[in-house]
Design a binder for this molecule. Structure first.
Ligand SMILES: NC(=O)c1ccc[n+]([C@@H]2O[C@H](COP(=O)([O-])OP(=O)(O)OC[C@H]3O[C@@H](n4cnc5c(N)ncnc54)[C@H](OP(=O)(O)O)[C@@H]3O)[C@@H](O)[C@H]2O)c1
Length: 267
């Protein structure tokens, strides 16, 4: 029987690419979106849901369950990024960041777990980021939201092992998606950071615009989902970005910060 997968953030980027890849591999694909109204194809059904709204999440999961009677895989993917200095970022923007990238994942996990537990199995995939392994300048709250996903996933994996539910974390590097244009930059109200922020953000955006295509990640994820015993986490990125993660693990912190600061033009 075809596996039923629910993907959040299906309207663009990774979500759309993963949906297309899994549908073509025979999965029964459902996706959540706020703005996408119609099904993407006859094999990719779209449900209207905002991951920050618990009742909307519950309603969407219930609709899927009533139609399919099971949820084999949840792919927590819907997310966005704010950017700006820690000092200048508004409370409203910080809350939006954490509500979407952290509470959005939590709301989805809590909504599917009763079904997965009663099925005695399932897989939860949390799309994190290399930004969940290292803080980048002017990306502090985005990094915090992804570091939170890393910690949450480690705890969740141990809690769910008795129920045969797997937890897999994906840490993508830079990819070319709508993430860059959807980013919400916070202007520097103090003015103290604006020049450096503009310079750093343009370098970050340059890296993203020259990034890998989301179909690459989708193909890798499809292979991971086929594994009987997947690893806890996978970095999906260029060799250079994977090297940065290795360097962070082995170098003294001050050396690694100096390398990153140099890359982002921070004097
Ligand atoms: N692109 C990269 O370089 C990169 C790197 C590392 C990690 N990531 C992570 O990958 C994930 C997907 O990002 P992407 O690059 O594919 O960006 P994207 O093209 O902007 O897609 C983000 C998706 O999230 C959905 N979304 C945002 N807020 C939502 C909400 N409150 N409720 C429901 N859906 C919501 C959007 O759908 P609607 O607007 O239709 O609701 C959209 O489909 C994110 O978690 C991001 O942090 C991206």
């Amino acid at each position: 029987m075809a596996k039923t997968v629910l993907i959040t953030g299906i309207s663009s980027g990774f979500g759309k690419a993963i949906a297309e890849e899994l549908a073509s591999s025979g999965y029964n694909v459902y996706g959540f979106s706020r703005k996408q109204k119609e099904d993407l194809t006859s094999k990719i059904k779209v449900l209207q849901a905002d991951v920050t709204d618990v009742s909307s999440v519950k309603k969407g999961v219930e609709t899927l369950f009533n139609q399919e009677g099971k949820i084999d895989i949840l792919i927590n993917n819907a997310g966005m990024g704010i950017s700006g200095s820690i000092e200048d970022s508004s409370t409203e923007a910080i809350r939006l960041q954490m509500e979407t990238n952290f509470m959005g994942y939590v709301n989805m996990i809590q909504a599917v777990l009763p079904t997965m537990r009663s099925q005695k199995g399932g897989t939860i995939v949390n799309i994190s980021s290399i930004g969940g392994l290292m803080g980048l300048p002017y990306q502090g709250f985005y990094a915090a939201s992804k570091f939170a996903i890393e910690g949450l996933s480690e705890s969740l994996r141990m809690e769910l092992s008795p129920f045969k539910i797997k937890v897999v974390v994906i840490q993508p590097g830079d990819f070319l998606t709508s993430f860059t244009s959807n980013r919400q930059p916070e202007r520097s109200s103090t003015g103290a950071y604006q020049e450096q922020f503009d310079k750093t953000l343009s370098l970050i955006e340059k890296d993203e615009k020259g990034g890998l295509k989301p179909a690459y990640l989708a193909k890798k994820l499809a292979k991971i989902l086929n594994k009987k015993n997947p690893c806890h986490s996978y970095i999906i990125a260029t060799l250079e970005q994977k090297m940065a993660v290795v360097l962070k693990r082995i170098l003294p912190g001050s050396w690694f910060s100096a390398i990153l600061s140099d890359h982002y033009g921070i004097k």
